[in-house]
Design a protein around this ligand. Structure first.
Ligand code: SF4
Length: 285
């Protein structure tokens, strides 16, 4: 289907499998250089999503068979009510925490295991590391990012969490190089590489580009089975959270299930052979 205004393809959401919650309105403790987010120059307390908005979203989506709730940010663990929000979401379904890992030490991993044990659902972690080489990774992220990520993975595995290493392919590496490079890095950090899944996403270049070619809809766009709630409403996907072009409504009580593929972010999604933000559930079978 094509939009008559923009002549761009329209995607209609099929099922709401993935509910993303943008906890921090793009606030992060690190601000990596290669992140798709344009970080605000200052932070207001009101930018953190209120837990009541999340309660309402869970109530409004009660008839949807959500497979996973994603706590995202930028860095979700900077939210002052992070633990309460995690407990609330775990009552509903599995929760994926999308994090740079900088808040996860041994004590935190032990605590999170205890929180998980209070529910019948599971916590999954997506930890961002963008190169198997420490210097190259920290060059595009921040100084110390690599060690934060690796130590977080080691602590989480100690408590038997499912961990996915989420790699934004800034260096345009082949899959083979990524997998063999990380195999040796994991060995150095005493991490069993068989326990880690690696999810690779294309890098989204924020620099202005010549006009993008027409984007055609694909079965693997996140907007087909996901929506994001932030402090300002419902949006199509994490790329477009708080961006008027991705706005779907004020709440899940009544929201738009269609979106048009008109943004530069959609062009990045079109380059990816799988959804960029949501989990590939088949990996866990
Ligand atoms: S950026 Fe990707 S997921 Fe978001 S609306 Fe565009 S195609 Fe869909």
């Amino acid at each position: 289907m094509t939009s008559s205004i923009y002549q761009s393809d329209i995607v209609e959401m099929k099922e709401l499998d993935n509910l993303f919650i943008e906890l921090t309105s793009k606030n992060c403790n690190q601000r990596c250089k290669n992140c798709y987010i344009d970080f605000p120059l200052y932070k207001k307390q009101a930018d953190f999503i209120d837990i009541d908005i999340i309660k309402q979203a869970l109530e409004d989506t009660i008839d949807e068979k959500i497979k996973c709730i994603y706590l995202s940010g930028a860095e979700p663990m900077t939210h002052p009510d992070f633990n309460s929000i995690l407990r609330l979401c775990l009552k509903r379904t599995d929760v994926c925490i999308c994090t740079n890992g900088s808040f996860i030490n041994e004590k935190k991993a032990r605590f999170l295991k205890k929180v998980e044990g209070e529910s019948s659902n599971t916590i999954i972690f997506k930890i961002s590391i963008d190169h198997y080489d420490e210097v190259k990774n920290d060059d595009v992220r921040y100084r110390g990012a690599y060690r934060h990520g690796m130590f977080a993975i080691r602590h989480l595995l100690k408590y038997n969490f499912s961990v996915i290493l989420s790699l934004t392919n800034y260096y345009n590496l082949s899959k083979e190089e990524i997998f063999s490079g990380f195999k040796s890095s994991f060995k150095r950090y005493d991490i069993n590489s068989d326990s880690i899944l690696i999810q690779i996403s294309p890098f989204h270049n924020k620099l202005p580009k010549p006009e993008e070619p027409k984007i055609e809809s694909s079965e693997c766009f996140d907007c087909i089975n996901s929506r994001v709630i932030s402090s300002s409403g419902v949006y199509t996907c994490p790329f477009l959270a708080n961006d008027f072009r991705g706005r779907c409504g004020g709440s899940f009580a009544d929201y738009n299930k269609k979106c048009s593929l008109e943004t530069e972010y959609c062009a990045t999604c079109a380059k990816s052979p799988s959804p960029i933000f949501s989990l590939d559930f088949s990996l866990f079978q």
